[in-house]
Design a protein. Structure first.
Length: 365
């Protein structure tokens, strides 16, 4: 085991200095013989131990005696930690490619992931596993997560067709035109990154040149059993309900539910930070009243607002939101919001307007 530890150390040092390359070669020769069940024929391990302990025997005799006794065990620990570190780095890299985050359990904790609101994944802590008698589950969790990541590799390689994932109640920013390509956003009305992606879609001309639809996905919270943002589900209910009530006045060139989303995202002249206040600061009653006011602002009559209010808590709307959640979790299987399907590709983050333009051009060719 000492030879393996020495090879790891000298191999790293050899990258930066040629002085260590002969030692790395000797260590590798010894490792190769060990793993093929042959004894090391150059006595490399004993030679290196002698050099290390010989340098310490006069200056630090206690440390020298300690190493002489325990160096093989310390080498074992070092090798195991090195292997664990390498595997962890490889898995993080695989996660980054598959999920666009190096930590699927907490997507926002990875500094390398793109801009998005993470969907919390349930994880079993050690203390909880002890209390619940689920230590075996805790020990096998990394392997389960690894195989789950492997199972999602085809999702990263496939060509995504947005129209295959449309909600049964899907609406489009502009009336559907079969001559245009399709795009699909997965959004939580309270997620600031969803607002940013939609802005980029506007800047890139996607809402005018693509049949863009959306799925409503209030991000669930595994910690509370509710939602990541307090009023996401309420907002989604009103948006979904507004699809079912024709508007008798206002600009119907743009679908009214899209106008409601725009008002939530961009706010009003008097309240440009409306989305942030929905996420932090509003009570449920205030959020409810604000949604009713926004419906009137975009042209609904009082009678139509009352119908939307009644529909927002109806079984019909609740069922539709459940169906959209099932599409997101069971078919698209994203763990980051927003998610964009466009140009045959999938993006689990905010992407730049220039990239969106390129995707539109590629879809139109």
């Amino acid at each position: 085991m000492f030879c393996i530890a020495a090879f790891i150390v000298f191999a790293i040092l050899a990258i930066f200095s040629a002085t260590y390359r002969p030692l790395a070669a000797k260590a590798w020769h010894c490792v190769l013989r060990r793993i093929t069940f042959r004894p090391c024929d150059i006595n490399f391990g004993a030679e290196m131990k002698g050099k290390i302990i010989g340098k310490l025997i006069f200056s630090h005799p206690r440390l020298a005696r300690f190493l002489n006794r325990w160096i093989d065990w310390l080498s074992c620990i070092f090798v195991m930690l090195s292997i664990w570190s390498i595997l962890d780095v490889l898995q993080s890299g695989l996660n980054l490619w598959v999920y666009d985050t190096c930590n699927p359990q907490s997507a926002e904790s990875c500094s390398l992931s793109g801009e998005a609101c993470g969907v919390e994944q349930q994880s079993l802590g050690f203390a909880e596993a002890i209390r619940a008698g689920r230590v075996g589950e805790w020990m096998t969790a990394p392997a389960v997560q690894f195989f789950e990541t492997l199972s999602r590799i085809p999702d990263r390689l496939k060509t995504w067709q947005p129209q295959e994932f449309l909600s049964p109640t899907a609406t489009f920013y502009r009336p559907r035109d079969e001559g245009k390509p399709y795009g699909l956003e997965i959004i939580d009305p309270s997620c600031t990154f969803c607002k940013k992606l939609t802005r980029h879609m506007v800047e890139a001309g996607a809402l005018e040149n693509v049949n863009v639809s959306y799925l409503l996905y209030p991000i669930p919270s595994s910690a509370t059993g509710g939602y990541k943002f307090p009023h996401s589900f309420l907002m989604s209910s009103f948006i979904e309900a507004s699809k079912r009530v024709p508007r008798s006045r206002g600009d119907n060139a743009i679908a009214p539910d899209w106008q409601l989303i725009e008002r939530i995202f961009e706010g009003t002249t008097d309240d440009p930070e409306l989305q942030s206040r929905f996420a932090i600061g509003m009570t449920r009653l205030q959020a409810y009243a604000t949604l009713l006011s926004l419906l009137a602002d975009i042209g609904y009559t009082q009678e139509e607002v009352d119908r939307i209010e009644a529909l927002a808590s109806s079984e019909e709307v609740l069922q539709s939101l459940a169906e959209q959640r099932a599409i997101v979790e069971e078919r698209i299987r994203t763990i980051k919001i927003p998610t964009l399907l466009l140009g045959g590709r999938r993006f689990d983050r905010v992407i730049a307007p220039a990239n969106i333009k390129n995707l539109i051009q590629g879809s139109s060719d």
